[in-house]
Design a protein around this ligand. Structure first.
Ligand SMILES: [Mn+2]
Length: 284
């Protein structure tokens, strides 16, 4: 039995099938954890969503929600303000079972913790000021809204937006939920108190000024969630990062990089080169 954590699929279903073949994946024995952004931008979002949903129903897969998964929920809710020309969600939205697919997707978590080992999975990151238990508790706040009757109101009217950037325990209402969702699904850089910075998307430049307060979320010395190893996707330009008690697993399959499956038991990274199949600037 093996547990593989798999990076952002973004509709790259053929690449996923090839990688699973390469690692001798056994659906009867092995478990797959997906880092979110399973849909959008790539060519086969519907196939990815159906695959993860079916395995999840058998207890053989888990996923966390990413910003592109929220993009799909928004499109389903009729919110087009944040749609992009690069979106490839049409196959899902026009599918006869779209209601069932969306109903399942909106009930997926923002953070997963292994039942036995100190290992967690999120799409983007965990702010430095939250310990693991606090992070899981804050994730549940958003998850319970997404699972309840108000979920469409939340997605349509309250989820999108960059503010508030600064967390404090007294944050309330939609602003509190928006910070939590942004941290888990969009964050790359923040300051030591968890103030979010969305403009910078590249990896830190070697030798860059150290005067800035903003560092990759995992690089803050005071980070309170180092007690579990945190796996995360979302940051394809970061490259492989196995340090600071974190592991990056979005290695940019969609952009002609690699699709990664990290085996929790062996600590081995398995990768499939996506250069040939999914070149950037094509329909992918
Ligand atoms: Mn993402």
């Amino acid at each position: 039995m093996a547990t593989y954590i798999i990076g952002d699929l973004q509709g790259c279903f053929d690449e996923l099938m090839q990688l699973l073949k390469q690692i001798d994946y056994d659906p009867a024995q092995d478990e797959l954890w997906f880092a979110g952004d399973i849909v959008n931008r790539g060519p086969k979002s519907l196939e990815c969503l159906q695959f993860v949903k079916n395995l999840n129903a058998q207890g053989k897969a888990k996923m966390v929600l990413g910003n592109h998964d929220f993009q799909l929920l928004a499109a389903y809710c009729g919110l087009h303000d944040y749609a992009s020309k690069s979106d490839t969600l049409g196959d899902i939205l026009s599918h006869s079972e779209v209601d069932k697919l969306i109903d399942w997707l909106r009930q997926q978590p923002l953070m997963i913790h292994h039942p036995l080992h100190p290992v967690a999975l999120v799409h983007a990151g965990v702010p430095p000021q939250w310990c693991i238990d606090e992070a899981l508790s804050h994730a549940k706040e958003v998850e319970s809204i997404l699972r309840g009757d108000q979920w469409q109101d939340f997605i349509r009217n309250h989820l999108f937006g960059a503010k508030p950037k600064q967390w404090h325990d007294g944050l309330q209402g939609w602003a509190r939920l928006r910070y939590i969702a942004n941290a888990f699904t969009r964050m790359r850089y923040c300051n030591a108190e968890g103030k979010l910075e969305f403009k910078q998307k590249n990896k830190p430049k070697p030798g860059a000024s150290t005067r800035t307060d903003y560092l990759p979320w995992f690089a803050h010395a005071n980070r309170r969630n180092k007690t579990s190893d945190i796996f995360f996707g979302h940051w394809s330009t970061l490259g492989v990062m196995d340090a600071y008690h974190v592991h990056s697993i979005d290695t940019g399959c969609l952009w002609g990089g690699y699709l990664t499956a990290y085996c929790l038991e062996t600590h081995k990274r398995h990768t499939l080169s996506c250069n040939i199949i999914c070149q950037p600037k094509t329909k992918c």
